[in-house]
Design a protein around this ligand. Structure first.
Ligand SMILES: [Mn+2]
Length: 321
């Protein structure tokens, strides 16, 4: 059974005045675990604030969190910074990263290659999500996974496991989900709200991107590309791309899916793989990171060059897996 380090449990009990931080452009685990940690500390009567440098993406607005999520460093400094779901300190954002060198930092994460940048570190690569780790902490601290705390952890669990489908879904993950359901969460309405955030423009943009999807390496790789041109034509943006890389992974015979997204001065790449193909190692070559079956990073190249570089790297990874 996974247990949090006693030092962290003791620190949360004994200290006060926390700032809880998650990574820029938060996904469901980053946001869910941050909000859950906020609820947990609030239940323990602690002074707690939340910080996310890029704020809440539109697709999560349905959560209507009762938290004012800071995007600027607060003037009065917290005693402890809890950093969640960040495989490296830079993931916390350009404004926050320097703070992490000089303050008491609790680093709770599940990424491969996390360099243990905290004063206290709890890094579990086997766990589904950081939300699951916050759930384990809550149990240890005697706070039930009910109400908003349960909802936020559930969001983290379903986000990082692809609705309990990915390899990182373990019996413990489902047991935690069951515990949350027993305490009142209704999965039907929850999923309905979570799914009902798309727009027709978004569907049409995705249609265009899928039409242009290509197979490579004798059908073992699919590649999709979100260009600025497609975003402009369809009135969509980066927030509308979420999850499409998973869809193209499930083409028959495909082992790796690559998604490229054109940004201001770079290409953001996302990689998904099946089985033993390690895409974290591919992402790490370019300064990125993640997990064995889901990773990403940035390339300072144009779209065509990025395609060639990333395809070559993935083909190499397929050869050694
Ligand atoms: Mn995560």
């Amino acid at each position: 059974m996974m247990l949090p380090p006693q030092q962290i449990v003791d620190h949360l009990r004994a200290s006060d005045n926390f700032l809880v931080v998650s990574h820029v452009a938060p996904d469901g685990d980053a946001l869910g675990s941050m909000l859950a940690m906020g609820e947990l500390l609030r239940a323990l009567d602690k002074h707690v604030r939340l910080f996310n440098e890029s704020g809440i993406p539109q697709r999560f607005m349905w959560l209507k969190p009762e938290w004012d999520i800071l995007r600027e460093l607060p003037a009065d400094e917290p005693a402890t910074i809890i950093v969640l779901d960040c495989g490296a300190p830079e993931r916390a954002g350009a404004r926050m990263a320097p703070w992490l060198d000089s303050k008491t930092v609790v680093n709770i994460d599940h990424h491969l290659g996390n360099p243990h940048f905290g004063t206290m570190n709890w890094v579990e690569q086997r766990t589904s999500s950081v939300g699951e780790m916050v759930g384990v902490l809550a149990r240890e601290l005697g706070v039930p996974l009910a109400g908003l705390l349960g909802e936020y952890i559930y969001l983290a669990l379903i986000s990082d496991t692809g609705d309990f489908c990915f390899n990182n879904t373990r019996p413990e993950t489902l047991e935690m989900a069951a515990e949350i359901l027993r305490l009142g969460l209704l999965p039907g309405p929850f999923h309905e709200q979570k799914q009902s955030t798309g727009t027709l423009n978004q569907l049409q943009m995705r249609g265009t991107v899928l039409q242009q999807a290509r197979l490579h390496a004798q059908g073992r790789i699919t590649l999709i590309a979100f260009t600025r041109e497609i975003f402009e034509q369809t009135g969509t943006g980066p927030d509308d791309t979420e999850g499409l890389v998973n869809t193209v992974l499930y083409v028959r015979g495909v082992q790796v899916a690559i998604s490229l997204r054109e940004e201001e001065d770079r290409i953001k790449f996302s990689l998904r793989s099946k089985g033993s193909v390690n895409v974290q190692a591919v992402a790490a070559r370019f300064g990125g990171g993640g997990h064995r079956n889901a990773a990403g990073g940035h390339l300072f190249l144009d779209m065509d060059a990025a395609k060639r570089v990333i395809l070559d790297a993935v083909i190499e990874a397929l050869a050694v897996s």
